[in-house]
Write a protein that binds this ligand. Structure first.
Ligand SMILES: *Cc1c(COP(=O)(O)O)cnc(C)c1O
Length: 808
């Protein structure tokens, strides 16, 4: 088995044998899906060797491990990634070819695992890849949702949500581990008392019990032995826990628990099911950590020295009271020692400063669902208040309390109960420390730190853009594969005209691939020699897709009005899902598609521009879109985008960032310089001043800006839709609610920035130089750098020392 990939012929032999034994017929009689599943199982078994060795090495060397708790993992497809990380891609590709199979066909049979909303879930996936590739012991912990985030279709110019059945062809990577099940308890009654030593005792009768059963996936490092685990928990019925006559009700509750990824993109909906999901994977994950620890160590006294828990946003924050509960109630620790262990184990990552996106739950819901945890939260609050009073900081309490106005403030619980709180880009951390969490920063000045996000350069450059990778390798060698900072070695070559020409040829090749994709899926013809101007991310008012489409609308209207005004040909590409309940966002999708229809259907104007909305934005679509981009639109309202990671993917593939000074855009310009990015618009300080002086007035801008007025009027005069009310939410939001995200305020600056970019594009070699500089400076944004910082400064992780060199 272990030599199945040692040569092409050996692979073919193993593969045919596997198909025959798995499906009971000859290879020649097998179906594509069977061939795909057999290939998957062969690869997974092969990875099983290093998987086992990794677990043994961690246990033997007593290496500290990380547990990354995240409600979301946006993994995408794994076939290419796993074959390449294992170093067996070529053998498999050639073997399949001999059998008359195109490896791309096998790759495309894999479902895109979309267990997440967007950036936060994709970050978790990139982190897993970097952890394994850096030989760090890092486990992912999440839910095995039966359906991913909805699949988006566009019908009648509008978003329609359909289920994402990602498990239809099975999941070739997972292994069911029924012997690692955990019982998770909800609701019910608790009788509690203290004994004569002041120890807490309780008698708990839960209302609802499910079994959490894990499915493990190997996380394969790049050219290394390390193979970590992503553990996804499924809910199964607990036969002993159904009360008489309530079978159907019980089955429904169990099924619901792991049915869906919550489309909770920064608007918090008071949905009990979501809170149950959070506790479900927290409880199961904590139990796993405890069991695994006690297999190696005699007690939990040193848990914080051997395990680190990172909370990806507040969704898993119940880890804090749950771990307290286990230590005190199940293992007899006193409060102080338990608190020491918990707070030295747990660290928290904040992902947003938008007030409406900070998680809060009704106190009565928390106390009803988790009676014991709620008591612990109250005690955390009581002791925290005592400590503040004691330090003479009692006046801060109203701003930092965990419980208040009938709510549990999850971010406050996370900060009080962990030893590290990090933001995800410099500017975001500054806003946390100086503004949103300023009181906490004054109480715990050493707790706050920054870890600027990153993306794995393997998936987002080496694997999704082999053409560019080849060119870079030809120019500077392959050291950067292991050490992405090494991309800087491109800098001495950026002025080389021969390299610039070769680079432009590569970029064009990728634009042709993207154009082919657009033609074959949408039937729209786009010109690879036009500027590809791309904005792909979740649809949200603060991300300002509206500003982008306003520019398009302006160009269209201006060209219609004035036959002498013509632009350099451009293709505007959008891709974005909106939360199903987010009315304004869905109307913006309708506007983009309406403008697209009008523009593309106009024989005169469509020679100069096309507008494309690619449905169902996902990791697989990003992998085709990003390498073909010329311009990366990162135009959020300053202060609102915590970091962004899409901006890094585009930069790494050479696109020029057209953006505001927000999130990691700030660090992107820091790397490339203002000559190699186009920065425009209000900055955080400008917006603060406008708010302080209460001086922002959309009607004033409207009166004085004719170009903007033309665009706004077109929303209501039938230009884009025969129904003049079709875009009423957009109009009202801007003009009657005074444009919360400063779209109108930045309109003129954005148009100007766009014209500068168009001019810069004309000088092809100068443009190539800009793109090469972006690539050369993108190594900083590899998640390998991010993970090294977390490992050193928060987790205290060191690489797994393997005894055998074994198979790498
Ligand atoms: C990277 C990525 C995101 C995050 O994009 P931002 O521009 O940072 O918001 C969202 N969705 C998918 C599928 C991604 O790959």
């Amino acid at each position: 088995m272990q030599d199945c990939f040692s040569s092409k012929d050996r692979f073919i032999e193993c593969y045919k044998e596997r198909v025959a034994s798995q499906f009971g017929h000859d290879f020649e009689d097998s179906y594509p899906v069977e061939r795909y599943q057999a290939l998957g199982s062969l690869i997974r078994d092969y990875a099983g060797h290093n998987w086992k060795e990794t677990k043994k090495a961690v246990r033997r060397s007593q290496t500290k491990q990380l547990y990354y708790f995240s409600m979301e993992f946006l993994m995408g497809r794994l076939m290419t990634n796993n074959l390449r990380n294992l170093g067996i891609y070529d053998v498999v590709q050639e073997g399949l070819a001999d059998l008359g199979i195109d490896i791309n066909e096998m790759e495309s049979l894999e479902a895109d695992a979309g267990l997440g909303n967007g950036g936060l879930g994709r970050l978790a996936a990139c982190f897993l890849d970097s952890l394994a590739s850096l030989d760090l012991a890092g486990n992912g912990n999440c839910i095995r949702y039966r359906y991913g985030l909805f699949r988006q279709k566009i019908e009648n110019r509008e978003q329609v949500e359909v289920p994402d059945c990602w498990l239809r062809n099975g999941n070739i990577w997972e292994v069911w581990k029924p012997n690692h099940e955990v019982k998770v308890r909800f609701g019910g009654n608790m009788h509690a008392w203290m004994d004569h030593e002041g120890r807490f005792h309780s008698d708990y009768h839960p209302e609802f019990v499910v079994r959490a059963v894990p499915y493990d996936e190997p996380v394969i490092g790049y050219h290394t032995q390390t193979t970590n685990t992503l553990r996804l928990w499924d809910a199964e019925v607990d036969e002993d826990s159904v009360s008489a006559g309530r079978l159907n009700e019980y089955l429904r509750l169990v099924t619901q628990l792991t049915a869906n990824v919550y489309p909770d993109d920064s608007t918090i909906e008071g949905k009990e099911l979501r809170l149950k999901q959070e506790y479900f994977f927290v409880c199961a994950g904590v139990d796993q950590i405890i069991r695994s620890h006690l297999q190696t160590y005699p007690s939990l006294d040193n848990l914080h020295e051997k395990a680190a828990i990172q909370l990806n946003d507040t969704h898993p924050v119940l880890v804090i009271p749950e771990l307290m509960r286990v230590l005190m109630d199940d293992y007899n620790y006193g409060w102080d020692q338990a608190w020491y262990i918990v707070t030295h184990t747990v660290a928290y990552t904040n992902h947003t400063v938008m007030a409406e996106a900070l998680e809060k739950w009704p106190q009565d819901m928390v106390s009803r669902l988790f009676p014991r945890l709620y008591l612990i939260i109250e005690e955390i609050e009581r002791r925290f208040k005592y400590e503040l009073d004691h330090q003479g900081k009692g006046h801060l309490f109203p701003q930092v309390s965990i419980l208040g106005q009938g709510q549990v403030h999850m971010a406050h619980l996370a900060i009080v109960g962990s030893h590290s709180v990090n933001g995800v880009a410099k500017i975001h951390t500054q806003i946390l420390v100086n503004d949103v969490m300023a009181s906490f920063a004054s109480i715990y000045p050493d707790r706050f730190n920054n870890k600027t996000n990153g993306i794995t350069h393997r998936r987002w450059l080496m694997y999704c853009n082999p053409q560019l990778t080849q060119l870079i390798d030809d120019t500077i060698g392959t050291d950067w594969h292991h050490n992405p900072g090494g991309l800087e070695a491109l800098m001495p070559h950026v002025d080389d005209p021969a390299l610039q020409d070769r680079f432009l040829a590569v970029k064009r090749e990728r634009k042709v691939i993207l154009a082919d994709y657009i033609r074959s899926t949408l039937g729209i013809e786009v010109d690879p020699d036009s500027i590809f101007d791309c904005q792909s991310k979740r649809l949200h008012a603060y991300k300002r897709q509206l500003l982008n489409i306003f520019h398009v609308m302006y160009l269209y209207l201006a060209m219609k009005r004035d036959p002498g005004f013509r632009i350099r040909p451009r293709t505007f590409i959008f891709s974005a899902k909106a939360a199903a309940s987010y009315v304004l966002a869905k109307e913006i999708i309708k506007l983009i598609n309406s403008v697209a229809e009008k523009v593309n259907g106009d024989p005169e104007i469509s020679r100069y521009m096309k507008v494309v909305f690619i449905p169902n934005y996902s990791v697989s679509i990003a992998e085709v879109l990003v390498p073909g981009a010329d311009i990366s639109e990162q135009i959020s309202t300053a202060g609102k985008e915590a970091s962004g990671t899409g901006n890094m993917k585009y930069m790494m593939n050479g696109a020029l960032t057209l953006g505001t000074l927000d999130g990691a855009n700030v660090e992107i310009v820091e790397q490339v310089g203002y000559d190699n990015a186009e920065i425009f618009g209000l900055r955080v300080e400008d917006i603060e001043a406008l708010k302080r002086e209460n001086s922002y007035n959309v009607w004033h801008i409207y009166e004085h800006n004719e170009r903007l007025r033309m665009v706004i009027e077109s929303l209501r005069n039938g230009t884009w839709d025969s129904d003049s009310n079709a875009f009423m939410h957009i109009y009202n939001d801007l003009m009657l609610r005074n444009d919360e995200f400063y779209v109108l305020a930045d309109f003129e600056a954005y148009l100007y920035a766009q014209s500068l970019v168009a001019n810069a594009y004309e000088d092809r070699r100068a443009w190539a130089r800009i793109m090469l500089i972006n690539i050369a400076k993108s190594g900083y944004f590899s998640s390998d750098r991010t993970i090294q910082e977390y490992a050193r400064e928060i987790w205290g992780l060191t690489p797994i020392p393997f005894e055998t060199t074994g198979r790498a």
